[in-house]
Design a protein around this ligand. Sequence first.
Ligand SMILES: [Zn+2]
Length: 108
Amino acid sequence: MMNAPELVAIDAASASLFMRWPDGAVSELPFALLRSACMCAQCRKRKLDRETPLSSPDVKLVDARPSGYGLQLVFDDGHDRGIFPWIYLERLARDQQTAADHQESRTL
Ligand SMILES: [Zn+2]
């Protein structure tokens, strides 16, 4: 079943992609995280070959185009091949939330 966000916005101020899901949850995925999470054939090959990192910390997301089952993300490094299925974006958001929770519990 398709579980697409109700709202998708590029938040330049926080350098992250904002999404609001149908259950009311919101996620903010940093541009650099998204860039390095690209699953297109080209990026998968680069990861397998252990070439230079896909992402630089200051990479910017310039466009997020709805593409049926997900979003085509366009980055300012010229990369626009990645299509991120909703389910994948949801999983990235969940993983990131888990990491943030761990961070918080460590600082307590
Ligand atoms: Zn890619």
